[in-house]
Structure formats: structure tokens, C-alpha cells
Design a protein around this ligand. Structure first.
Ligand code: F0G
Length: 448
């Protein structure tokens, strides 16, 4: 059961099979090149694609568009203080804007930055400062079939091994991404948040949380971590941040908006420096590249994200899709994460070698069979990373119904049944930066 009803609807249409086949060929077998109107169910991302509440829309009308010192900024600052417990906030146009502002202030050339797993924009911003990002995912994350609860954790031993290798002086910041998007949306336990904070303190580093999906993470702690059963998601959410010096936030996830982000911190000097950098890259520090109405909607969304039953239903719906797929023997990464279900394309297309992109084959097959758009997170997106060939089906928040989930699961089942008929793909056109190739490269079925 859902605790909301639709107030506004947007028509979607499943193009005919012929149209889908023509569209994917025209797109060079890359779903980033598809027109959204040719997609029936869009699971490309959960970022900025969700449905806002009536309260958020009402707040947009109240948006104060003053260039400096707008009322909407004060409302956001109050929400960040109440929900997350940070004194200082700098709004930015989205999460990567926050990364640019904060890491531009904190990092220097030659620094080394550990994180349970860097999201790609975080990695890129750290590299852009001349620093080196290092992933320290929990060893449990490597087994897609174990049902452990907190596979998103930071591997503290790997953190200390890195200190041994490069020296504590090279590590000014330790980052923790909750939930861990690069590891199948898996959550991080409160015990691990505490341990990572202690590790950072021990080596005299700042502790930064990438907070994009903080409410979903808090939900998992409530569900699965001993001692938190009777604590509210709002209280857990705040406790997560008690241990952090600063955060970067993409409002497009757990602030339930279509655009927006911010960085927040406790230290006044860091705040002052962040504001100066924000002026350079984002805008005056009370609007940060956003309109007042965007900020207003983000302030309301941040509070909604920790108000029951929102996040419970949200994560439960993702789990429901995971269950529907598992019941049809589609191999999914277990347990289901907070914002997406991750399919193991390497297993579905075991006859297709990694260099012919089984993940991308699956993405194209899901589109061709059912107009469903997911995203590849394997060899195509991360060349040479030796990652499993996963495909992410990210659910926009408060958007699709059970019938849509059934269509997705049936589509995947149909693909499974004809898996042996699919050939691999090869790249025929790609942009100069290999790291960004999955956004625009064109492919073709291998001709053998
Ligand atoms: N950090 C994490 C963990 C993210 O998942 C994202 C975005 C960002 C930072 C950057 O935020 O997009 O607002 O600039 N993830 C989206 C995704 C794009 O599809 O997972 P942004």
C-alpha cells in the first residue's frame, strides 16, 4: 500500500517493437542517446527524476528570488540544521557542484583520499584537485549472493593499510558514501560510520559524508542494525551526521527534488572558504546556482525524506522489484540496495566475453523487449576496472506503480529466455576521454 495518491500525471507510451528496434539502432546501441519519449519505463537514474509532493510544489510558489539573503535560503539552512545537524550550508546546483566547492577548499595536489567507494563525479573532482581517490569497499561487497546487511561499509583495515603505504600526512580527508552507489546501493551501518569517523580522527583527517541517499541509509539501519529498531529514521539520520565534519549532498536524491544540492559543515573557516569558491563556480552563497523556488522545494523535500512512511515505502518498493526479478530467476545483486536493483549481466549472457560488454547487451535487450531503460555499470562504463558486469535499474522516487514493476520483471524474464540469441557489442565511435565514453560512444553488434 502507498500512503500517497497521484495529483498530476504524465503520459508514457510503449513504442512498437519495430520502433524500439529502430530507436536503439539509431542510438548506436547506447541508451543515453535515446529520446526519453521513446522510453516506456525510465530507470536510467533515481537522480532528479522523482515526483515532488504537493507541499513541495506549493513551496515553489513561495520561493524568494532575492539575489542575496533570500528567505528560501534561510528555510534551507533551517532544514539542514534540523534534519542533518549542520550549522553552515552552501547551496549548489547539484551534488557535483558541492564536490567541486568542498574538495576545492580541502584538497591539495598529491593528497590521497580514501572512500568506501567513490561515485564517478566524486572521483573526478578529487582527481581534478590533483589528488588520488582510493576505494576501500568492504570485502563482503565482492560476493553478490551473500545476504549480509551492510555490504556498503568502509573497510577500516584497507584504510590503515593505505596509511601505512602513503603516510597519514597525505590523507587530509576520509569520505564515506551513504548508501554506497558504486556497490549496488548497499547501506553502511552506524557502527561502520562511527568506526570510519574514529579512523579519520586517529589520522587527524576531516571526515566527510557523501550524503545523497542518507535517508535510505537510515532506513536500513533501523531495519537491520541491533539497537535501532525503536529509533525513528529522523533520529538515525541525524546520528549518522553527528560523526561527520562536513557533507556533500545531491538534493536530486534524498531531498526529493529535480535539481539542487549543497555542502554543509561545522567549521566556520571551511564555510568561509567554501562560500568564496561557491561565488566563483555556483553563484552568490545564498542561492548557489539555484532559483529561490528550487531551494524552497529542497528544504521541504529534506524534511519529507525522514518523515514516515516515505522512506520505508521507497526502499520497500525497490525490494519488491528485486523480489519480482529473483522469483523469475533473474540474477540480482543481493540484498537489494536502497535506490536500485542491480542485475548480473555477466551471468545472464555468460556466452558473451567481457570485452563485448554483456552489461550493455542487457541494457539494449531490456529496451528492445519492453521499452525499459537501465544503465550499464561494468566494462563499458568502467573500462579495465575488472568489475562484475552489472546493470542498474534505478527507481525514481514516488513515480512508478506495481504494474510498472511487473512489466519490468516480465521484460527481464523475456530477455533471460532468449539470452542465447544475443550477440556481443563493439564500440565503433567514442569520445576522447575514456572515462566518459559510456555517455556518448556508439556501438554495433559484433559481426562474426
Ligand atoms: N555522489 C553520489 C553517491 C551520487 O550517486 C551522485 C549522483 C553524486 C554524488 C553527484 O550528484 O548528480 O547531483 O551531481 N548520482 C547519479 C546517479 C547521477 O545516477 O547515480 P549530482
Amino acid at each position: 500500500m502507498r500512503s500517497y495518491k497521484a495529483k498530476m500525471v504524465e503520459p508514457i507510451e510503449l513504442p512498437s517493437r519495430e520502433e524500439r528496434e529502430a530507436a536503439i539502432e539509431e542510438a548506436g546501441y547506447n541508451v543515453f542517446n535515446l529520446d526519453a519519449r521513446d522510453v516506456y519505463i525510465d530507470l536510467l537514474t533515481d537522480s532528479g527524476t522523482g515526483t515532488m509532493s504537493a507541499d513541495q510544489w506549493a513551496a515553489m510558489i513561495r520561493g524568494d528570488e532575492a539575489y542575496a539573503g533570500s528567505r528560501s535560503f534561510n528555510n534551507l539552512a533551517d532544514a539542514v540544521r534540523d534534519v542533518m545537524g549542520f550549522e553552515y550550508v552552501v547551496p549548489t546546483h547539484q551534488g557535483r557542484g558541492a564536490e567541486n566547492v568542498l574538495y576545492g577548499v580541502l584538497l591539495e595536489e598529491g593528497d590521497v583520499i580514501p572512500n568506501n567507494s567513490h561515485f564517478d563525479t566524486t572521483r573526478a573532482h578529487i582527481v581534478n584537485q590533483g589528488a588520488e581517490p582510493v576505494d576501500c569497499p568492504s570485502p563482503a561487497s565482492r560476493d553478490p549472493n551473500s545476504n549480509e546487511s551492510f555490504k556498503g561499509n568502509f573497510d577500516i583495515d584497507a584504510g590503515y593499510a593505505l596509511v601505512e603505504e602513503v603516510g597519514a600526512d597525505s590523507i587530509p580527508v576520509v569520505v564515506l558514501t551513504i548508501t554506497n552507489n558504486s556497490v549496488a546501493g548497499q547501506p553502511v551501518s552506524m557502527a561502520n560510520i562511527r568506526a570510519t569517523a574514529e579512523f579519520a580522527r586517529d589520522i587527524d583527517a576531516m571526515f566527510v559524508i557523501d550524503a545523497c541517499r542518507f535517508a535510505e541509509n537510515a532506513h536500513f539501519i533501523k531495519q537491520h542494525e541491533a539497537g535501532y529498531e525503536d529509533t525513528s529514521v529522523a533520529e538515525i539520520a541525524r546520528e549518522q551526521f553527528e560523526h561527520a565534519d562536513a557533507i556533500t549532498m545531491s538534493g536530486k536524491k534524498d531531498a526529493l527534488v529535480n535539481i539542487g544540492g549543497f555542502t554543509a559543515m561545522r567549521d566556520e573557516t571551511v564555510f568561509e572558504h567554501a562560500k568564496q569558491r561557491a561565488i566563483l563556480f555556483e553563484g552568490f552563497p545564498t542561492y548557489g546556482g539555484l532559483s529561490g523556488r528550487d531551494i524552497e522545494a529542497m528544504a521541504v523535500g529534506l524534511r519529507e525524506a525522514v518523515t514516515p512512511p516515505y522512506v520505508h515505502e521507497r526502499v520497500e518498493q525497490v525490494g519488491e522489484l528485486g523480489d519480482m526479478l529473483s522469483e523469475r530467476d533473474v540474477p540480482v545483486y543481493l540484498p537489494t540496495g536502497g535506490h536500485a536493483v542491480y542485475l548480473d549481466a555477466g551471468e545472464i549472457f555468460s556466452h558473451i566475453p567481457k570485452e563485448h560488454f554483456p552489461g550493455q547487451v542487457l541494457v539494449c535487450a531490456l529496451y528492445r523487449e519492453g521499452g525499459v531503460r537501465g544503465v550499464e555499470l561494468g566494462e563499458f562504463a568502467f573500462p579495465g576496472a575488472e568489475r562484475p558486469d552489472l546493470v542498474r535499474l534505478a527507481l525514481p522516487r514516488r513515480t512508478y506503480s506495481r504494474e510498472h514493476l511487473e512489466h519490468i520483471a516480465e521484460t527481464a524474464e523475456e530477455v533471460m529466455e532468449s539470452a542465447h540469441e544475443y550477440d556481443g557489442l563493439e564500440i565503433v565511435e567514442e569520445p576522447p576521454m575514456k572515462e566518459l565514453r559510456h555517455f556518448s560512444a556508439k556501438l554495433e553488434p559484433v559481426s562474426e
